[in-house]
Design a protein around this ligand. Structure first.
Ligand code: SF4
Ligand code: F3S
Length: 406
């Protein structure tokens, strides 16, 4: 059977047609994915064409120290057609929670995939990997998680760490943990890997990562923590619809007060949006229905490494957070991301478009917060204009990115 016949039989579009997914839903899905990847709308036709013409790679999904929240997030799209499409982007050969076979039959599916599709399947790891005491805190079929992960991930084309536990150790790695829990990249060096952190990861970001891979034949550009730029390029604080209230010094003082009812800023109630980068404000949850800050609860920073230790107490305003701290400015954080990305990532389609858009937005924007100092009473910070030289540098960067992307 040649490639074309195989695609007609088992390509993405063929699988969708078998499931009676309408052309309209398919095009809508591609359009949503374009937005999730922060690409200009003209990329939708590229995505449509790629998904029509590509073969579905096999997927192996491993679960270790986890709560299955990332599986839920990936599989629980409330719009049935979208859930079908995500399921049909790949051939799900092994997923302990949802697969029909069990026991030896299940393990045979895993071994068959590793043997017959070596170097071409996608591995997804959910949950952290315990390294203490020779990995005895998580074993499956008598094998330690670390041994299974090494075999599966080193033979895959690429590994996706789904959720903060698989990315950075997450809750099992919080202070007091005894299992020696770590993320996949800490457990196994040298993998082609992307960290879809957050607790849980947003299923839309998994779909967008897969669509990027199927369309551009490579994983999306990442930040210095191995997270996709399309999802982690901006701080929540910078995209937050309550930001105007923050800038105006309008803060919720207690749950249910008038400010809370009016949708004011949740910083004084413990919101960690200023120290968290994720695309929640843009794609939201439950098929875009709402998100934590949208329903009146502060962000707890679930997409950041060690959030369980560094972002607590969840209901108190932190005066200072290391790294991308609340004391940093939007401008400084943005430039920091760009600098790190330029040094540490491969620049390709999504990365260059995102940086171009972001630089243009900043260059066009009127004065952004330049010095943010959080006082203990949460009073509004001063705003100043960024230096002219920085605005000119951003403009030049935009022009150069636009030249290189055409
Ligand atoms: Fe939004 Fe939180 Fe920032 Fe307030 S502190 S503007 S609620 S992200
Ligand atoms: Fe997590 Fe904050 Fe979004 S808690 S889900 S990153 S708003």
């Amino acid at each position: 059977m040649d490639d074309r016949e195989e695609i007609l039989r088992d390509g993405v579009w063929a699988a969708l047609e078998r499931r009676n997914v309408s052309r309209r839903d398919f095009l809508k899905f591609c359009s949503v994915m374009t937005g999730a990847l922060a690409l200009p709308s003209r990329y939708t036709s590229h995505i449509v064409k790629a998904l029509e013409q590509t073969k579905r790679p096999a997927l192996v999904w491993l679960e270790f120290q986890d709560c299955a929240g990332n599986s839920e997030s990936a599989l629980r799209a409330s719009h049935p057609s979208f859930a079908d499409i995500v399921l049909d982007l790949l051939s799900w050969n092994y997923h302990e929670t949802v697969m029909v076979p069990s026991g030896k039959a299940a393990e045979k599916s895993l071994q068959d995939t590793i043997t017959s599709q070596r170097g071409s399947y996608i591995a997804v790891v959910e949950g952290s990997i315990p390294l203490a005491d020779n990995g005895i805190y998580c074993t499956i079929g008598g094998r330690a998680a670390i041994d299974i992960a090494k075999e599966v991930c080193t033979n895959a084309y690429a590994t996706i760490a789904a959720g903060t536990c698989a990315s950075f150790g997450g809750i099992p790695a919080a202070a007091g943990g005894v299992t020696g829990a770590v993320g996949v990249s800490q457990a196994i060096a040298g993998l082609r890997l992307i960290n879809l952190s957050a607790c849980p990861m947003n299923g839309a970001n998994l779909a967008a990562t897969l669509v990027h891979y199927l369309t551009f034949e490579e994983l999306p550009a990442t930040d210095q923590l191995g997270r996709p730029l399309f999802a982690h390029g901006d701080r929540i604080h910078d995209d937050c619809p309550r930001r105007a209230h923050y800038d105006a010094g309008e803060f919720v003082q207690e749950w249910g007060d008038e400010g809370h009812q009016q949708g004011w800023c949740l910083y004084k109630m413990g919101c960690k949006g200023p120290a968290t980068s994720y695309n929640c404000p843009r794609i939201q949850w439950n098929d875009g229905t709402n998100w934590p800050i949208g329903v009146g609860h502060g962000c707890v920073g679930c997409a950041e490494p060690q959030f369980w230790d560094t972002m607590t107490p969840f209901y108190q305003a932190l005066p200072n957070v290391g790294g991308f701290g609340v004391e940093a400015t939007a401008e400084e954080v943005g430039l920091g991301v760009i600098g790190a990305v330029a040094a540490l990532t491969t620049v390709h389609a999504v990365g260059s478009v995102i940086r171009s858009q972001r630089a243009k937005q900043r260059a066009d924007k009127e004065p952004v917060t330049h010095t943010v100092s959080f006082s203990s009473d949460g009073s509004a910070p001063p705003t100043t204009t960024p230096p002219e030289s920085s605005r000119q540098a951003l403009q030049q960067e935009t022009e150069s990115q636009e030249r290189s992307s055409t």
